[in-house]
Design a protein around this ligand. Sequence first.
Ligand code: UD1
Ligand code: CA
Length: 459
Amino acid sequence: MRTGSIILAAGLSKRMNSATPKVIHPLLGKPLLSYSIEAAKAASDVPPVVVVGYAGDKVMEAIHAEVQYAFQNEQLGTAHAVMMAEPLLKGTVDQILITSADMPLVSANTLRELVKIQSLHDGPMSLVSILTNDSRGFGRIIRDRSGNARAIIEEKVATPEQLTINEFNAGIYCVKSEWLWDALKKVKKSPVGEFFLTDLLEIAVQANEKVSILQLENVEEAIGINNRVHFAEVEKIMRRQINEKFMLSGVTMIDPDLVYIDPTVEIGRDSVIYPDSYLRGNTKIGENCTIGPGTIIEDSSIGNDCRILKSVLEGAELEDHVEMGPFCRLRSGAHLASHVHMGNFGEVKKSYLGKGTKMGHFSYIGDATIGENVNIGAGTITCNYDGEKKNKTVIGDETFIGSDTMLVAPVNIGKNAVTGAGAVVTRDVGDGEKVVGVPAHVIKNKKDEEKEDDKSRKG
Ligand code: UD1
Ligand code: CA
């Protein structure tokens, strides 16, 4: 049995009240539609057909998955939308799974189960229903006295009595291919002017055909997104699922309701995430780290045993035992070697800080390469931009940069060097040299002076 799939994504999404079509609004950082594509892919043998219509160009631009597109130029209802896929699928598959772009929680497992049910029975169609007390505007499943499903009645056209039914249509179907295209032609315009796909059930029943219903146990799976309230609701459920997975794998969360982690993130064992923390994109966090409260980390790699308090990191790399915060900002290309300490109000961009280097207070380091165990005094700034281009600063191991030093790049400071408080360094400083003043000039160390004094006395 070859299974194809159709995802309906052409609707106007009026209830979103948005310039952007609903199906590409982001859900945990990914377009809504991408969730149905992934699930449909896992349950079918050929790339899914996505039916686009309203703002179709925007939808196609936002989706990078391997799919085929069908176009519904006028939104005449779900049955009409499915018809648009006929030229792409007719004769190529035995049965067709139909889902909607606005149901991101439907699992690949549920789809596979439905496909299996349909392949094993001889009726033309199977569908998914849910039992719940929350109607959410869903269509009702009408059953006869012996319990056989007879029809689906849309809420918009239901009688008060039908509205009391608590078995709902989840909007997920698997239909025999050759039967589908003929049956769609029999769907009549509803009283509200749309062609309802849900009429297929009645069409099958009238032809004395068998229809199977898979009742979903996990009602949450069938939550459809029609407006922004639903978006927030679904995102919360997804976040809860992600956080539970992390907690069960050994990550502590002080309050999981206030931790926002993208599905793409990795976190090692015994790390602790405090509230109001956002871990995004391609971020990897090692073991035994403490993150937050109040921290945003995006596309960054953090080693083991790091502590990051109230800081913002983007495209940064931290080795082990790095400590920072509160109020630090690491921008793209910041690389902090092990045991680096950054206190409050530090910014680092496109720079390497060597092992054990300390930068305690109020500093900007940009386009710099800094050695090991360097002390960067309070208020130190790399003046990396001359108004035209960015210039590099290099600082050797064990050097002491005095408070409020301005390093006017391009500039090289040697190893074991010293800059005095308030120095404005405009020229290179050699190994072991000490510079002070504005512009900074070399002065001798006390020890050196004493040695010279000794020499002259002896001489
Ligand atoms: C639909 C079902 C309803 C079910 C519910 C479950 C119909 C008539 N009703 O209602 O029984 O309980 O899903 O979520 O099918 N679309 C198009 N072209 C159109 C109209 C819609 O592509 O002309 C797309 C939409 O973009 C959406 C999907 O079809 O992805 C479903 O349409 P929507 O208007 O959301 O239907 P519901 O009212 O949710
Ligand atoms: Ca819907």
